[in-house]
Structures are given as structure tokens and as C-alpha cells.
Design a protein. Structure first.
Lengths: 501, 521
């Protein structure tokens, strides 16, 4: 079959799956007074359309920051304005100042879901298609398998089309950045990544690898010659992009400062809710939040985050190849997720995207991690009433990826890493052990999912199931983090590396 | 993929994939057919057998044969664990989340029979020589065309019906005939007839074929009938199988003296010539010609407007009404037309039976003829023609060409079934997926023999795209939406009727041409 027909069928299937998930409930549906992320996005449309720009990030009589105040950088605000413009054309009631608070209707839901689909189709999906075709080696079948495996990743679909968010935009821009860097279009890549940063500040998780990779390339090209020119061009591109995005806010320094204060709320605690990172899991054993003061919590998490993220980023600075870049993205975002301040469970998507890009070289570990990442958000999905789509997409994804990418095959190259560590075991047993570890972990996740739904938690431990879920996920994430760090530092021979690029 | 040449792992992957996709549609729009089946679950579970065909507290009375009622009874045993309230007959339009979940899952689960039947059909398809890549094998293409059929996904898993389960019986029966296991095939078809009597459309093909090819064990060398080879034993075996199935199904009701009541429920001729949305058949063309002549007649002052009957066929009501200019059509007329149209095909397989594939072709023609000329045909009935044609399409280039026209047209004619805006992207994307695959895969399979479609057909299909864009996107936003709400339905119906009629004629030509070729040999 021709390539274009396989690609179009894959993209169409991805759209069908996304839209089917969107037929379900969204976050905060029918739950006054605060509702959820869906209402937050609608409220931002209301605020950005009706109020002048100077009031968007400030607490005024018309703009109550306690009710879903804007806490993303300006690009999100502009996007909300654009959506509100279209909404006003269809039905002005949707964005009327104050009166539209908590507005819910089937037509409005259709509109909001459509905005997510439009941005996905314009930004995220083309990036994935181009990535699978230009930066993935192998036959057409392999590339289409990778394409399908990235497009059908359940975590992103369930959050964007279920819970309701626009992660496709920021992750899409980041992916365009990675794509451009892979094709050696460094300036375009920097511009794309700057756009991603200006859409959601969480993209900072990816910033360190981008910086180190580009700096490493410049150093390699000679800091006194071409490298310096490259560095200059990149710096100018980034600065211009930032300036253009923040232009309306740069006129008045207090404006810019307020935006920064809104997007980096350091007044909040070490973590909120149950999230699968170190602090929350540690909290089950030692009550960290009560032992340390707010400031020392901040410094501790900063120190540990940098400690965890720096090794892989320095490695990519020394050896700026695309392979190292991708691994550094994984390691850095995982480090930030595990040790950073005020992490939300949805931030695992920032680690999931780079791992998706490793599906070709490391199918087994990537699939394992992607399943665990979807599972880690189970408490959120249960709260939003997304059990059925969660079950169907997770189960489907597991079977699909294991089949398409032959992840459980004996002759997998991934075993190389494990063989080096456990050199005393013959590789046949090693493969068996690893496969059984995988089966057991999948079974554990399945059992925990079923228990979370079927059983009522005991009254003295009301958060039992979310805590169990996040701790299990945390252990998987920690394991993945260690694994990929070891992989990055045990780079395979030159011949293999060329194949993997 | 790591699967070896002979393994069927790709089949399992396709089956699991489509089943999970079906589960994603659990919360999509469902039609009144959902309430119909819930009502039947309630009736069969809560009421004694003697009341089943008399119960009419809901407008959706039991109008399928008794075996289906027993099937619903079986389902209701599982249903009581999901939500016992759905089994109360008084709970009209009851649709709690558990009810929806149960009903949707029951369709997905019963589709397992369909999946098994598809596997059997794929095994009957000729294997190409040499180890061909999986994607280019006829069995793979057939599996996708059947398992991922857009019409079935739309009608069964969104609109809500149990067609997959029923088609499982039909395809399995056809597979058994292709494997020359005629008794099993006859048994399966008898069961199917007692599950849904719409398959009476294709019963003549079965009857003639079994009588001719199974009861007469040998032919003359030129293929004509050898009367001496008649085997009364085989006829007896066939007869006893079929009659025992019917006895099992209708027996209890005959014993209770309710046969006439059951039959009146099964064949309600009080309904009109056409469904509220005209199925794209000959009568749709007839109706529109009538309307056109009426309008022209009024314009040219040949007919007085006051003389035209008031009831509008396009008003969406299902009643009996008269045509304005052309003579009205009664059920008897449709029956005669249908019989006349299938007679040449039946004669062809009686005089010169050419094995099971000719039988398949005849079955196809009977199904399509009944669709074209039948009384009160539903547009969903086009699937009875599309699914068997898939088997022929992966083997012959000409059939592939006919398949592409008939399937694209037939599938598009199902669009008005799902009219909610929320499901629009799903139906458009699923249709595009299926269409892209069928064109691409069949084109690659038969590429050695030139292009599949004739220029006229390509123009017609492009016109179909224009009609689709017009009806789905442009019309709802135009000012005519209020004044002429039926217009997109009319246009869809008439345009598709052209394509369906064309495919019907071409199929007939292929049957008669191979008949005359056999005569020359």
C-alpha cells in the first residue's frame, strides 16, 4: 500500500479516537462553584476578550484572580482571545463578562472540543507526521508504526480531549523545535521552542537540554568562528521571539513583573494533591512539609532538581548529537518532574513526549513508561468521569504498541544496557526476568485501577488508592529515570549510533 | 512486523483494535433502536412467552422472529447484573449509564461471532503465490474490509443494532458453502432467517442453489441438469434441518395458536412505500420523478394544484399516500418487480451452476434486487449487498470496480442516520478511512490489470463528494435550512440511487456474461 494512504489512515484514526474521547465528560462538569480546567479556559476567553490587556493579569473589580486567574504566559492569553473572538460570532452568551460564569451547554462543549481539535490538527499532528518520516529510520512500515504509536498515546489524548487542556499546542511547538534541531535548522528550532515556552512555562523542563545541545553545537563549531555566529543568531532569534510575544507587556515594567509573578507562584507549597514525584511519595513516610520551612523546601527541591538534571545535560553539551539530545530531554524532564516544586500530575506529559520519540530505539522501556504515565493520572481521570475512555485507550495502546513495535521480541537490542549491568547473568535469563518484571508491573497497575474503581477506601485512609497509584507510578518513573541516564552514559558503538540517529 | 508468513497475528490485532474502537463509541449518540432493544429485553425477561407478541405498551413492539426473542431473553440474564431497572417494561426510554454500557458491550461481545465468520471467509480466499507482504494479501484486505466496515461501525455501534451478530451467521453460512459444507451452510441460514426475516431477500438464491447443486449430485459434461442424479436423501436431509429450525422457533407460538399474530407483527404492510428517509432505490427515483412531473405539470398548467394529494412524501411521516402524477405503487407491485428482477439470476444458476462463487453472485443480486424494488426498505439493507461483495472484490478486478462504486455510494447513503453535530467528525473520518483503504488496497491488489474505475464512475464519485460537502456543511448554514429541511435527504437519496442502480446493472451483466461464456464452452 502506498505511504500516503497509510499515513492518512493513521491520522484519521488518531482524529477519530480523539474525538470519541471528547464525547465524554470534562473536568469540573456540573460542579459549581469552582468547576474545573474547562471553566478556567472559558473564563480566560471571557477575560481576554472583554477586558483591556493591562488588566488581564491584575486583580481588579472586573477580574477576580482567585477565580481561575490567568497563570500561563501571554501566548495562551492571545490564543484564548482568538477563541473568544470566534465564540462571540457563534453565541455571545458564551463569553459575556461575569454573566457567563459557569456556562455549560452541549453546543458550548462542542465548540470548546473543536478548538482543541483544530489546534491539534494544525500544530501537533503535522509535527508528529514529519518527525516519524524524517527522523525515524527503517522501513515504511516501521515509520507508520512509530507514527501510530506516538499519535495514539493515551495520556495526551485523555488530558487534552477529556480533562480539557491545550497541551497539544505547547508540546506541538516543542516537537517542532526538536524536529528542526534534528534537521539542523537551529534558528527555526529555537524560535519554535521559544513559542512553546511562551505558551506554557512548564516547557522549562525541556529548556536545559535545548540550551546545552545548542551551546554544545556552537562550541563544537568553534567559539571563535562559525560557532560564535551560530550562537549569536540563535540568541537573536530567541530574544526577538520573546520580545514579540511580550511586546504589549513590555511597555510597563510592572506589567511584565506581574505576569512573571502569576506564572511562577512561589507562594504555593512543595506539592499539591497526590502526584507521583519524590516529595509526595516521601511525604507518606516523613511529613516533609511540616519539618522544613517554605524557603528551605524551595532550596532543597531546586538543589536536587539541578543535581538530577545536570549530568545528562552536561553530557549533551560535551557530545551534541541528536541521540544524546533526545535522551537528555527525557532525563531532564523526568528530573524536573521528580524533584521540582509545585509539580502537577499532568506535567508527566512533558516527559512522555520525549519518550515517545524514543519508541523507535527503545520500544520496550518507552512503552512501559508511557503505560505507567497514563496510569499515574488515574485519580484525575476518575474524578473527571473518564474511566471508560481510560480503560479502552490504555488497553488498546498496550496491545497496539507491543504488536506494532515487536517490543517483547527476544532479539531486542535494548537488552544491551541490562546485559552490561547484570553481566553475570546469561542474556536468556535476563530477557525472561525483564519481561516478567514488565508483566508484573502491568498487572499491578491493572489491579490497582480495578480496585480504585470497585472498592471504597477505608474511612481512616480516604486517600489510599490515589496514594498507592502515585507511589507505584513514582517507583516506575524513578526506574525509568535511572535507566535512561545509564543508557545515555553508556552510548553504544559508533556503528549502532549512526543507525539510531 | 515479527509475525511469520503463515501466522494470523495480524488478524488478532485487527480484531482487537476494532473491538476497542467500538468501545470508544459507548457514550456516542444512539437512536431509538436502543430503546427498542431495551424494551425487548424487558418484554422477554419480565413477561411470559404467551405475551411476547401481544405486548404493546411501548410503540416498539416485538417484530423480529422468535429466535431473536430468545436471544434477547439470554441477554437479559446478563443484563440484570448491570441494572435490573432496564428490565421493567414500564420504564420506557430508560437509559441509565449502566444500561448504555451493557447494551453497547453486548453488541461488541456478540460481534465475536462476526469476527469468527470473517476469519472463515478469509481462509476461503485464494492465496497469492509467493510470500507477499501482509498488507498486500487478499485475506488481509478482505479482513479489513469486513472487520472495519464503515457501515457496520456506524449502524451497529453508534446508531445501535445487532447487525454484526446477524451478518456473522450470513458470512459463516457463505463460508461453509464456499468450503462445500452445504448442510452446515443451510443450517446457519435457517437460523439466520429465524433471527431476522429481512434475510428472506436472499432465500430464493439459497433455495435454487441448494436444490440444484446439492440435491442433484452430478451434472452433464456441459453443465446442464442431469435429472437422474437427483438424491432424495439429500433433499430429505436439507428439508429436515430447515424445518426443525423453524419448528424450534415458531413451534411454541403455533402451539399457542398465535401464528397469525406473530406473522402480522413480522410483516407490517401498513407502513408506506418508503421510509421517512427514502432508501436510495428505484422507488426513490420513482418518487422524485413523480414530484418533478407534478411541479412541471402545475407550471405548465396541465394539472391543477388543488387536485394534488395533500400529504407530502417528504414530510417525514411514514404513512400510506398516493403519488400525484404517476400511478401509485402497492406492495403486490413491489413483490412482482422484485421477483421479475431476480428471475434471470436464479435461472442462470439453475441451468448452469458454476460452483459456490456463482451462488455468491446470485445471492448478491437477490439482495440488491430486493433493496432496489422492495416495500419499505431501510437504507441499512444496503449492507446485505456490500459485505458479500467484499469477498468477490478481493478476487476479481471487475468486481473490485463495482465494489468501490457501490460501497462508497452505499456508505454515504447511511450518513443521514447520524445527524447530530457531535458525531459528525467521527462519521466523516471513519468514512474517509474506509474509502482511502478500499481504494488504495484494492488498487494495489489488482494493479497489474489497469485502473479499477471507469472515467464516468470517477466523475460520479467526485460528484458524491460535492453532494456530501453540500449536504453536511454548506446546507445547514444556508438560509434554505428552515424552508426546505428535507432537501439534503432528497438529494442524497436520489444521487445515491443512481449509483446503486448502476452497480446493480453491472453486477447483473457480470453474472449473465459468465453464464454465456459457460454456454460457449
Amino acid at each position: 500500500m502506498q505511504t500516503w494512504s497509510l499515513v492518512s489512515i493513521s491520522v484519521l484514526l488518531a482524529v477519530v479516537v480523539r474525538w470519541s474521547v471528547s464525547l465524554n465528560s470534562y473536568s469540573g462538569a456540573g460542579k459549581p462553584p469552582m468547576f474545573g480546567d474547562y471553566e478556567a479556559q472559558r473564563h480566560w476567553q471571557e477575560v481576554t476578550y472583554n477586558l483591556p490587556l493591562q488588566q488581564w493579569y491584575f486583580n481588579t473589580t472586573d477580574n477576580d484572580l482567585n477565580y481561575w486567574g490567568l497563570d500561563y504566559p501571554p501566548l495562551t492569553a492571545y490564543h484564548s482571545w482568538l477563541c473568544a473572538y470566534v465564540a462571540k460570532l457563534i453565541n455571545p452568551e458564551w463569553v459575556e463578562l461575569h454573566r457567563s460564569r459557569g456556562f455549560e451547554s452541549p453546543a458550548h462543549k462542542l465548540f470548546m472540543r473543536a478548538t482543541v481539535l483544530v489546534t491539534d490538527v494544525l500544530i501537533y499532528i503535522p509535527a508528529v507526521v514529519l518527525y516519524s518520516f524524517f527522523l525515524t529510520g527503517g522501513s515504511t512500515k516501521k515509520r507508520v508504526s512509530v507514527l501510530l504509536s506516538i499519535l495514539l498515546y493515551p495520556g495526551l489524548i485523555l488530558i487534552d480531549y477529556g480533562h480539557f487542556q491545550y497541551n497539544g499546542v505547547s508540546l506541538g511547538f516543542a516537537l517542532w523545535g526538536i524536529l528542526a534541531l534534528g534537521l539542523s535548522w537551529d534558528m527555526l528550532g529555537s524560535i519554535a521552542f521559544s513559542l512553546a515556552l511562551n505558551y506554557k512555562q512548564m516547557e522549562l523542563y525541556h529548556a536545559l537540554p535545548f540550551f546545552c545541545y545548542l551551546l554544545g553545537k556552537c562550541v563544537k563549531a568553534g567559539l571563535l568562528g562559525r560557532g560564535f555566529m551560530l550562537l549569536g543568531r540563535i540568541a537573536v532569534a530567541v530574544l526577538v521571539t520573546f520580545a514579540l510575544c511580550w511586546l504589549p507587556f513590555l511597555a510597563d515594567p510592572s506589567q511584565a513583573l506581574q505576569v512573571v509573578r502569576r506564572i511562577f507562584p512561589v507562594a504555593r507549597g512543595l506539592f499539591e494533591d497526590k502526584v507521583a514525584n519524590t516529595w509526595c511519595s516521601l511525604n507518606t513516610l516523613i511529613k516533609i512539609r511540616s519539618i522544613l520551612t517554605g524557603d528551605s523546601q524551595l532550596y532543597l527541591s531546586l538543589a536536587l532538581t539541578l543535581l538530577a538534571a545536570l549530568p545528562s545535560s552536561i553530557r549533551v553539551l560535551m557530545k551534541p548529537t541528536f541521540w544524546h539530545f533526545k535522551l537528555a530531554l527525557v532525563n531532564s524532564s523526568l528530573a524536573f518532574f521528580l524533584f521540582s516544586y509545585q509539580v502537577h500530575e499532568k506535567s508527566i506529559l512533558l516527559a512522555a513526549l520525549p519518550v515517545c520519540l524514543l519508541l523507535n530505539e527503545f520500544p520496550f522501556m518507552s512503552i512501559w513508561f508511557l503505560q505507567a504515565s497514563t496510569f499515574s493520572m488515574l485519580p484525575l481521570f476518575l474524578k473527571d468521569g473518564l474511566l471508560v475512555p481510560y480503560t479502552v485507550t490504555s488497553v488498546g495502546y498496550l496491545f497496539l504498541t507491543v504488536y506494532l513495535l515487536s517490543a517483547l521480541d527476544e532479539s531486542s537490542e535494548e537488552l544491551g544496557t541490562y546485559s552490561k549491568l547484570f553481566f553475570f547473568l546469561p542474556s536468556k535469563y535476563l530477557a525472561c526476568i525483564i519481561r516478567w518484571k514488565f508483566y508484573i508491573s502491568i498487572a499491578l497497575m491493572a489491579v490497582l485501577s480495578i480496585l480504585s474503581v470497585a472498592l471504597e477506601p477505608p474511612t481512616h485512609l480516604p486517600d489510599l488508592f490515589p496514594v498507592l497509584a502515585s507511589t507505584t507510578a513514582f517507583l516506575q518513573f524513578l526506574g525509568t529515570f535511572l535507566h535512561f541516564n545509564i543508557v545515555q552514559f553508556n552510548e553504544p558503538s559508533k556503528k549502532n549510533q549512526k543507525k539510531n540517529k | 512486523m515479527a509475525a511469520s508468513v503463515d501466522s494470523w497475528s495480524w488478524f488478532t490485532a485487527l480484531a482487537v483494535g476494532v473491538s476497542l474502537l467500538k468501545c470508544l463509541f459507548i457514550n456516542a449518540y444512539h437512536s431509538t433502536d436502543f430503546e427498542v432493544h431495551r424494551n425487548w429485553l424487558a418484554i422477554t425477561h419480565s413477561l411470559p412467552v404467551s405475551r411476547w407478541y401481544h405486548e404493546n405498551s411501548s410503540e416498539w413492539t416485538l417484530d423480529y422472529p422468535p429466535l431473536f426473542a430468545w436471544f434477547e431473553l439470554g441477554l437479559s440474564q446478563a443484563a440484570q447484573h448491570f441494572d435490573p431497572n432496564m428490565l421493567q417494561v414500564e420504564n420506557l426510554n430508560y437509559a441509565s449509564p449502566s444500561t448504555v454500557l451493557f447494551q453497547r458491550l453486548s453488541v461488541v461481545f456478540t460481534d465475536l461471532l462476526f469476527i469468527y465468520a470473517v476469519k472463515e471467509c478469509c481462509r476461503c480466499v485464494q492465496v497469492q503465490k509467493g510470500s507477499v507482504e501482509v498488507l498486500n494479501r487478499p485475506s488481509f484486505v478482505l479482513a479489513v474490509l469486513l472487520l472495519w466496515n464503515f457501515g457496520l461501525l456506524l449502524v451497529d455501534h453508534i446508531h445501535f443494532q445487532y447487525n454484526g451478530f446477524l451478518f456473522g451467521f450470513l458470512l459463516l453460512s457463505m463460508a461453509k458453502h464456499l468450503q462445500s459444507r452445504h448442510l452446515q451452510g443451510a443450517l446457519l441460514f435457517a437460523i439466520l432467517l429465524n433471527l431476522k426475516h429481512i434475510y428472506l431477500y436472499v432465500a430464493p438464491a439459497y433455495g435454487v442453489f441448494l436444490l440444484r447443486s446439492y440435491c442433484f449430485t452430478k451434472d452433464h459434461p456441459d453443465g446442464s441438469i442431469r435429472w437422474s442424479s437427483f438424491s432424495p436423501l439429500r433433499l430429505l436431509a436439507l428439508g429436515s434441518i430447515v424445518s426443525s429450525v423453524f419448528a424450534l422457533s415458531f413451534g411454541p407460538f403455533v402451539a399457542m395458536g398465535q401464528l397469525s399474530q406473530v406473522l402480522s407483527r413480522l410483516f407490517p404492510f401498513k407502513r408506506g412505500l418508503c421510509h421517512a428517509y427514502w432508501a436510495p432505490n428505484v422507488w426513490a427515483l420513482y418518487n422524485s420523478a413523480d414530484k418533478l412531473l407534478a411541479v412541471l405539470g402545475v407550471r405548465l398548467k396541465l394539472v391543477k394544484e388543488a387536485e394534488l394529494p395533500r400529504a407530502s412524501m417528504t414530510g417525514g411521516l411514514v404513512q400510506e399516500f398516493q403519488h400525484a402524477v404517476l400511478p401509485s405503487v402497492s406492495p403486490a407491485v413491489t413483490l412482482i418487480c422484485t421477483l421479475l428482477s431476480i428471475l434471470p439470476a436464479l435461472l442462470s444458476i439453475w441451468r448452469r451452476p458454476r460452483g459456490s462463487r456463482a451462488f455468491l453472485r446470485c445471492l448478491l443480486i437477490c439482495a440488491l434486487a430486493s433493496f432496489m424494488f422492495g416495500w419499505h426498505v431501510h437504507e441499512k439493507a444496503i449492507l446485505i449487498a456490500i459485505l458479500p461483495l467484499s469477498i468477490l472484490a478481493v478476487e476479481s478486478r471487475e468486481d473490485a470496480g463495482i465494489f468501490l462504486v457501490l460501497t462508497t455510494t452505499g456508505h454515504y447513503s447511511l450518513f443521514p442516520l447520524i445527524f447530530t453535530p457531535a458525531e459528525l467528525p467521527i462519521k466523516v473520518c471513519l468514512m474517509l478511512m474506509f474509502t482511502v483503504f478500499s481504494f488504495s488496497a484494492l488498487g494495489k491488489l489488482h494493479r497489474a490489470q489497469g485502473s479499477l474505475l471507469r472515467p464516468l464512475e470517477i466523475v460520479y464519485l467526485l460528484g458524491l463528494v460535492a453532494v456530501a460537502i453540500g449536504c453536511e456543511f454548506i446546507f445547514p448554514l444556508s438560509p434554505w435550512q428552515q424552508k426546505l429541511p428535507f432537501l439534503p435527504l432528497l438529494v442524497t437519496s436520489v444521487y445515491c440511487a443512481l449509483g446503486v442502480s448502476y452497480s446493480f446493472l453491472r453486477l447483473y451483466v457480470t453474472l449473465l456474461r459468465s453464464d454465456s461464456k459457460a454456454k460457449q464452452l
